[in-house]
Design a binder for this molecule. Structure first.
Ligand code: ADP
Length: 334
């Protein structure tokens, strides 16, 4: 079964690129953040200064990369993109930072995965536009300080909690993106259907929206699969009945849970008698990486009240048992 969730956008596959909103007013939802950015962009442009550094946190597929690109476009500056794990040592950073154009955006995805030593090189770069570099090796080595062009760092992370305080404090604008509601997702589906030229009925858009686990990337992906189904099994247009039939085939249930979601719930409810169970044990039980469970699956399961996080581990709620159609263990669980 095809995954409807992926831990992170790896390559920008062409269709996803086409569906990306290109301007702030095409970006659906996240109104507080948009207002804040709009203000900051106008003020910075008015002063002729680069925008303050921006930190965007939240689960994958909520629009962090799209926003970074929109900010660059609104500021009419270049954007250079990389990701935390790709910056292995200080030399990688130095080559990125020294080739920036004045005022441009430097986007670092998964910034919580920057190695510590590399992270520290960012501090003076963010604060004073300075980059200390070591020339030579051994006793003859010396440190010189390079002046960098002023730039804006946009960091994206699925785990703001893993950033060190000194790094976090250097972002003047910080925002956590939340899961989208069904109205917003329906608007995204309608917009994407327009781009893809798929005729979509409002009830069809809503059916997809309600099963997209609060995530625009999932909504777009489901729309594409539903479009295939509508084309092969129907007249090509997407209404609620077509959407439900296609989503059933994808094993996406009426709560938007896919097979791995249900495996996670099943493991907690049955194998671990409702929990608490630690993340690492759970990961082994469902053959999935801890990070993927925590970043991709849990936010939605938590939001919908299927599980709770306790100091001793994950616990299934009565809602989870009801969803799987199994009896909770008799009271007096230890
Ligand atoms: P992230 O960087 O947070 O993982 P992306 O910016 O790559 O997420 O967004 C994934 C896809 O979801 C984009 O290609 C875009 O089509 C869609 N998307 C995300 N947020 C929005 C939004 N607010 N409005 C419209 N489409 C969105």
């Amino acid at each position: 079964v095809e995954r409807i969730q992926t831990p992170r956008a790896r390559v920008d596959d062409e269709p996803e690129a086409r569906l990306r909103p290109q301007a702030l007013d095409e970006f659906v939802g996240q109104d507080a953040l948009k207002a804040q950015l709009e203000m900051a962009i106008r003020a910075a442009s008015g002063r002729g200064e680069p925008l303050d550094h921006v930190l965007l946190a939240g689960p994958p597929g909520l629009g962090k990369t799209s926003l970074a690109r929109i900010i660059a476009r609104e500021l009419d500056v270049r954007i250079t993109e990389t990701a935390g794990p790709a910056l292995e040592d200080k030399k990688d950073i130095a080559s990125f930072l020294t080739s920036l154009e004045p005022g441009q955006i430097f986007f670092v995805d998964e910034i919580h995965r920057l190695p510590r030593a590399v992270e520290e090189t960012f501090y003076p770069a963010m604060e004073d536009g300075q980059l200390p570099v070591t020339l030579g090796v051994g006793p003859g080595a010396k440190v010189v300080t390079l002046d960098l062009p002023a730039f804006t760092l946009i960091g994206a992370t699925t785990r703001a909690g893993l950033l060190t305080a000194p790094l976090r404090d250097r972002f003047g604008i910080q925002h956590r993106l939340d899961l989208y509601n069904a109205d917003e997702l329906a608007a995204i589906v309608v917009r994407s259907a327009g781009v893809l030229k798929v005729p979509v009925h409002m009830d069809g858009a809503r059916a997809i929206a309600e099963r997209s686990r609060g995530t625009p990337r999932v909504a777009n992906r489901l729309l594409k699969r539903v479009r295939d189904y509508a084309q092969v099994e129907g007249d090509g247009s997407v209404d609620a009945a077509t959407a439900y039939a296609a989503l059933d085939m994808l094993e996406v249930d009426h709560e938007g849970l896919d097979r791995l979601d249900r495996e996670i719930l099943h493991a907690i409810c049955v194998r671990f008698s409702g929990g608490p169970v630690g993340l690492s044990t759970l990961a082994v039980a469902v053959h999935e990486e801890q990070d993927t469970i925590e970043d991709v699956y849990e936010p939605y399961l938590l939001q919908r009240g299927f599980i709770q996080r306790t100091p001793r581990g994950r616990v299934a709620t009565p809602h989870a048992f009801a969803h799987l159609g199994i009896e909770p263990p008799a009271s007096g669980q230890s």
